[in-house]
Write a protein that binds this ligand. Structure first.
Ligand code: SAM
Length: 274
């Protein structure tokens, strides 16, 4: 695959590298059902990009409704054509081109913000604005579910390579196997500002650098939990992945934690209740 092709298919490479929306939805449904005794029927995906998760939620059960909110119109348009239409859920998904702090849709059972997108907010003021808006747009009993990452490797410049298998998207478009490189280019210990980039190297092809670039603040769990509490979420749970001693990797099962060792790198879900 040529470089221009990789850039043209960048959203597909991104999704294959870092998203597993069915696993995220399984988690959200499991926790929501435990707390509310039923499955959620409505969901808003903030920072939705291609709306992959929103469209998968709508497709999961008849009657499910989903909203997606993102600032970037071209990505929303791509997601509508290649994810919402491909899953045949045009009647149960709405995409809104807007700042997540100004989203206007109806109150929902679950609001999610995944792949650490809320780290883009640089300070307490912006974050508090966002968390307060999230609380306003939840039904009573509703959940605000976020993810966060950290660990000793996270607060420094480093590069991590992951082999991704060939796959076929929901729209039937095939993607070759590729190497995904997550590059933490620079980390400033004074303000925790991090510059990062994603590079993709298709099997048998050349590396395509900086397909996506981000600058964000490395927020810590205590900071996030305190801001959620300040925004009015008085019950915030942290779920960490279990460890499989045989494979030396995470076991894919997220359990509630009040204590957690600070490994090299970790990812958690945060669940805030209305
Ligand atoms: C890393 S992508 C997340 C894609 C996908 N939802 C995921 O979980 O991987 C971040 C997205 O956030 C959007 N974004 C950044 N700031 C935003 C804001 N204040 N309001 C709405 N969307 C925003 C960008 O346009 C981009 O599509």
């Amino acid at each position: 695959m040529r470089r221009a092709e990789v850039r043209r298919h960048r959203h597909r490479f991104y999704e294959a590298a870092v998203q597993n929306v069915e696993v995220d939805i399984d988690f959200v449904e499991r926790v929501y059902r435990r707390l509310n005794g039923r499955l959620p029927g409505s969901l808003r995906e903030d920072f939705c990009g291609t709306a992959s998760l929103a469209s998968a939620f709508a497709a999961r059960r008849p009657g499910n409704l989903a909203w997606g909110v993102d600032l970037h119109r071209p990505t929303l348009d791509w997601g509508w054509r290649n994810r919402v239409e491909a899953r045949c859920v045009e009647d149960s998904v709405e995409l809104e081109c807007r700042d997540v702090r100004r989203a206007a849709g109806p109150a929902v059972d679950v609001q999610v913000a995944f792949n650490f997108s809320f780290f883009l907010f640089p300070g307490r003021g912006e974050m508090l604005d966002y968390f307060r808006a999230a609380k306003r747009s939840l039904e009573p009993g509703g959940l605000f579910v976020l993810d966060a990452f950290g660990g000793t490797d996270s607060f420094q410049a480093t590069t991590e390579h992951t082999e991704i298998e060939a796959s076929v998207g929901v729209d039937g478009v095939a993607l070759p196997a590729f190497t995904y490189s997550w590059d933490q280019l620079a980390f400033n210990a004074v303000d925790h500002w991090m510059r990062c980039a994603m590079h993709f190297t298709p099997e048998g092809g050349e590396k395509v650098s900086n397909v996506f670039r981000y600058a964000w603040r490395m927020w810590t769990l205590p900071e996030i939990r305190e801001l959620l509490a300040e925004a009015g979420f008085d019950d915030v749970e942290v779920y960490g992945e279990g460890w499989d001693g045989d494979t030396g990797e995470g076991d894919g099962i997220f359990r509630r934690r009040t204590r957690m060792a600070n490994e090299g790198s970790w990812v958690v879900y945060l669940v805030a209740r209305y």
